[in-house]
Design a binder for this molecule. Structure first.
Ligand SMILES: NC(=O)c1ccc[n+]([C@@H]2O[C@H](COP(=O)([O-])OP(=O)(O)OC[C@H]3O[C@@H](n4cnc5c(N)ncnc54)[C@H](OP(=O)(O)O)[C@@H]3O)[C@@H](O)[C@H]2O)c1
Length: 265
C-alpha cells in the first residue's frame, strides 16, 4: 500500500506562553472493511475514514448502490492506479464470501487493520408476538452478518497482532423498548458478543467495541417522526467521529466498551 500524505491539521491553543498542539488521527497506513456502508450513515462514516487517510473496502449486496457510493466520493476514492476504496458484491452473512472478500483486500493493500460494522435496520416487533421468525430475521440481519464479517477479518489481524473492531449497536441493547423486542434482542446479542471478543483478543493487539446511538438524524427518522426536534438527535457525523476514533492507534486502551451516543435526547 502506498502511504497517502494526509495533511496533518495542527491547531494551537495559546495560553500566554503555552501552546498545545493537537494532531489529527492518521489512518493513512490502515486498511478498513466497512459493512453497511450503503445505509443512512454509511456514506458519512466512509468519508470520515477516507479523510483520515484510510483505505476502505466495502462489501455490498447491491452493485448499483456500491457504484453510486463510489462515484459520490470524487478524489477521495483515489485513482485507478492507487484506489483508496474497493467495492465488491459479497454477502456479509456468508462465511465463504466474506473470507474471499478479505483475501481481495489483502491482495489489494497487503493488510487489514479495521473492521467497522454498520449493518442493521429497524422494524417494530411486539414482545407479546409469537412470531419467532421475526426474531430470527433480526438475528440474521444484525448478528449473523456482523459476527460472520468480523470473524473473517480476525485471521489477518491475529497474524499481525493488530486489529480494531467497531460495531454499531443501539441504546436498545441496554434496555428493551416497547414494540421493539426483536431489535433490542439483536442489538443486545451483538453487544455481548463484542464484549466476549474483546476478552478473547485483549492481549493480541486487537480491540473490540460497540457504539450505541439512541436516535440519529437521518431522513428515515425525520419521516417517521415529523413532530420531533431532530436537532436533539445525534448527527451521522457525531457517530462517524466515534467510530473512526475507536479505529485509531490512539484508542488502543479502549476495548470491550459500549459507548452511548445520546447527543441531546
Ligand atoms: N438510524 C438510527 O437512528 C439508529 C439508531 C441506533 C442505532 N442505529 C444502528 O446504526 C447502524 C446504521 O444505521 P443506519 O440508519 O445507517 O442503518 P440503515 O440505513 O438501515 O442501513 C443499514 C445497512 O445495513 C445493510 N444491511 C441490512 N441488512 C443487511 C443484510 N442482511 N446483509 C448485509 N447488509 C445488510 C444495508 O444494506 P442495503 O443498502 O443493501 O440495504 C445498509 O447498508 C445500524 O446498525 C442501526 O441499527 C441506527
Amino acid at each position: 500500500m502506498q502511504q497517502t500524505k494526509v495533511p496533518r491539521l495542527l491547531y494551537a491553543i495559546e495560553h500566554g506562553h503555552l501552546a498545545i498542539l493537537v494532531a489529527m488521527f492518521d489512518l493513512s497506513k490502515r486498511a478498513v472493511i466497512l459493512t453497511g456502508a450503503t445505509g443512512n450513515i454509511g456514506p458519512t462514516v466512509l468519508r470520515a475514514y477516507l479523510e483520515q487517510g484510510a483505505h476502505v473496502a466495502i462489501p455490498v449486496r447491491d452493485d448499483a448502490k456500491g457504484a453510486a457510493l463510489r462515484d459520490s466520493l470524487g478524489d477521495l476514492a483515489g485513482t485507478a492506479q492507487e484506489p483508496r476504496i474497493l467495492v465488491r458484491a459479497a454477502d456479509a452473512g456468508d462465511r465463504v464470501a466474506m473470507e474471499g472478500f478479505v483475501e481481495q483486500v489483502l491482495r489489494a493493500w497487503g493488510r487489514l487493520d479495521v473492521v467497522a460494522n454498520l449493518i442493521g435496520g429497524y422494524a417494530p416487533s411486539d414482545a407479546a408476538s409469537r412470531d419467532l421468525a421475526a426474531y430470527r430475521a433480526y438475528w440474521d440481519q444484525k448478528v449473523a452478518t456482523i459476527v460472520t464479517a468480523t470473524t473473517a477479518c480476525l485471521r489477518p489481524m491475529r497474524a499481525r497482532s493488530y486489529g480494531r473492531v467497531v460495531n454499531v449497536s443501539s441504546m436498545a441493547a441496554l434496555k428493551g423498548e416497547k414494540g421493539a423486542a426483536g431489535y433490542a434482542m439483536a442489538n443486545a446479542a451483538l453487544l455481548r458478543w463484542t464484549e466476549s471478543l474483546a476478552e478473547e483478543t485483549k492481549r493480541e493487539g486487537i480491540t473490540a467495541n460497540c457504539v450505541l446511538p439512541r436516535i440519529i438524524d437521518v431522513p428515515d427518522n425525520r419521516a417517521a417522526m415529523p413532530k420531533a426536534d431532530p436537532s436533539r438527535w445525534a448527527t451521522a457525523a457525531e457517530v462517524a467521529a466515534l467510530v473512526v476514533f475507536l479505529s485509531t492507534d490512539e484508542a488502543s486502551g479502549i476495548t470491550g466498551a459500549a459507548i452511548p451516543i445520546l447527543a441531546r435526547t
